[in-house]
Write a protein that binds this ligand. Structure first.
Ligand SMILES: Nc1nc2c(ncn2[C@@H]2O[C@H](COP(=O)(O)OP(=O)(O)OP(=O)(O)O)[C@@H](O)[C@H]2O)c(=O)[nH]1
Length: 412
């Protein structure tokens, strides 16, 4: 489709008319994510603006931002400007406020948050260009069963990094709270010393919402932390559910922290998560636990040899550490930076981040679609009825799903 010249010159004019074309070409749209021009949330919200095939990249991008900005009141625009400059100047209070904003489920606040994120993304791109394309921050996922020593480790590891001049943020993802009503990570006082450190920022995930919601806000919180100058972003999760898979999809490196305990005690840990690990750290390798820690290390070394190779330049490592004594922590950081440098130099890091952006966008679409489906008037009342029929064996799940989907499509 040929784009009229006046549209290229006045994209505002074009988009403000809310012209919406039916055709949707997602593959070309994914480019916006891969180049970091848009956040997946932004693209998800404004996808009707991208339906004109072949529209120039810069034009779409700018128009999308402009339209979002245009929709804001002066007060909202003022808030975006204040949070943005505060964030870039490194004020922790602004970072905290900005994360609260992205966590909000309020319609207006969500919109304001997207404008802010968009500005932060533009800032990122500029900074990364200055940094020869190297990412501003190292995103690290940390998972492990309850009691493995995650908080003790983060405290020790975080302090070591801040002493070396790094700025560290810790985002604790705990979606268990949304299903069980209790919080595994948020309830107790954790990492007391690190939380007092001015070069560290610790944030528990929201205690409400679905895993999808938590995933979105964590991804966005990562961007904000990076905008705030944190060069190491640690995303912590309890390794007993689905959250660790979600976290593995947001980070550059995924670390599994395990206690020196055997198979039975680690039943909660899913096999799949071991396959995601770039590094397995057997913690508590001190005192009487040194011997079992060695044994567990050997077991994991042989188990991991059997796993499919995920990187051309890195073989997952298994090492022993003690978060209590600090033994092995510095060596662990050396391995982590080696990993970061190797995957960056090989191009794997950038490719991984691009892929993650796409996964993030599709997760958002999936989540939104499902939410629309469940709350749609044509379906809402039928769901419990059909669920009941499936449970009692009167209807097959396939037929029930067909009936619901038909009702949904009919109601569109
Ligand atoms: N001996 C020894 N004990 C440790 C070490 N790291 C942690 N611990 C102990 O293990 C227990 C659990 O540590 P936490 O840091 O709270 O573990 P966690 O994984 O954060 O646990 P949750 O907060 O329940 O998820 C505490 O009693 C720690 O003192 C270590 O390196 N050596």
């Amino acid at each position: 489709m040929k784009i009229p010249a006046f549209l290229l010159r006045f994209p505002h004019h074009y988009f403000s008319r809310r012209t919406c074309f039916k055709s949707v070409h997602f593959s070309s749209r994914s480019d916006f994510l891969c180049t970091g021009s848009l956040t997946p949330m932004h693209l998800c919200c404004t996808k009707q603006m991208f339906s004109l095939k072949g529209l120039k990249r810069g034009l779409c991008h700018q128009a999308a931002i402009d339209q979002q900005v245009e929709g804001l009141s002066d007060r909202e625009q003022g808030l975006v400007d204040r949070l943005y400059s505060g964030l870039i100047e490194g004020h922790r209070a602004c970072l905290a406020e900005a994360i609260t904003l992205v966590e909000s489920t309020h319609h207006r606040k969500k919109k304001v948050a997207q404008v802010l994120l968009q500005k932060v993304l533009s800032y990122h791109r500029e900074q990364e260009k200055l940094n020869q394309g190297k990412p501003l921050a190292f995103r690290v996922g940390l998972s492990g069963p309850p009691g493995a020593g995650k908080s003790t480790f983060i405290e020790c590891f975080g302090k070591m990094l801040t002493e070396r001049g790094h700025k560290v943020s810790v985002l604790a993802v705990d979606p268990s709270s949304s299903t069980s009503g209790g919080s595994l990570l948020g309830d107790k006082t954790r990492m007391t010393e690190l939380s007092r450190d001015m070069n560290a920022y610790i944030r528990p995930s929201p205690t409400r919402g679905t895993l999808g919601g938590v995933t979105r806000t964590t991804n966005e919180a990562i961007l904000l932390c990076e905008g705030g100058g944190y060069d190491v972003v640690l995303v912590e999760t309890v390794g007993v559910g689905q959250s660790e898979f979600a976290v593995a999809d947001m980070v550059d490196m995924f670390i599994l922290l395990l206690p020196p305990a055997g198979g039975d005690e680690l039943q909660g840990i899913k096999r799949g998560i071991i396959e995601m690990a770039d590094l397995v750290a057997i913690n508590k390798a001190d005192g009487d636990l040194i011997v079992p820690a060695r044994r567990i290390q050997a077991e994991y070394v042989s188990a991991m040899k059997l796993l499919r190779k995920r990187s051309k330049v890195w073989r997952p490592k298994v090492m022993r550490i003690s978060a209590k004594t600090g033994e092995g922590i510095s060596d662990m950081w050396d391995k982590m930076t080696k990993f970061r440098d190797l995957v960056f130099m090989s191009g794997e890091l950038i490719a991984k981040r691009r892929k993650q952006q796409k996964v993030w966008m599709w997760n958002l679409i999936q989540e939104n679609m499902l939410e629309n489906f469940r709350s749609h008037l044509a379906v809402k009342d039928k769901i419990p009825l059909l669920e009941e029929k499936v449970l009692s064996g009167v209807l097959s799940p396939g037929l029930a799903a067909d009936l619901l989907l038909k009702a949904f499509k009919g109601g569109l």
